[in-house]
Design a protein around this ligand. Structure first.
Ligand SMILES: [Zn+2]
Length: 98
């Protein structure tokens, strides 16, 4: 059985993502560092980053700022995000809510 995530760890992760968002425009390197740290904590304590999964590049840890460091395209029910830093793609399917 999976353990309930520790509240303090979740709080720290939320804080790191908030900081990454704040610094993403002015200091992208610092924001990458925050995301790398948050991912490391989540990995170590077995917490999924489900709310944040699509907010950053999984390859270079860049926080996505639409129109600045990523390109978002929608076609045939799929969303594809291209990271302009490392040229990698993230694709996922979206469904309309009924
Ligand atoms: Zn990237």
């Amino acid at each position: 059985m999976r353990k309930k995530p520790d509240k303090l760890i979740l709080k720290n992760i939320n804080k790191l993502f908030a900081l990454a968002k704040k610094e993403s425009k002015k200091r992208p390197r610092l924001s990458k560092r925050y995301i790398a740290l948050a991912r490391k904590i989540a990995k170590r304590s077995n917490i999924s980053l489900k709310n944040y999964r699509r907010l950053f590049c999984h390859k270079c840890n860049a926080f996505f700022v639409p129109g600045k460091n990523c390109q978002i395209r929608i076609s045939k029910g799929k969303v594809s995000i291209k990271c302009l830093g490392c040229k990698s793609y993230v694709r996922y399917v979206y469904k309309k809510k009924k």
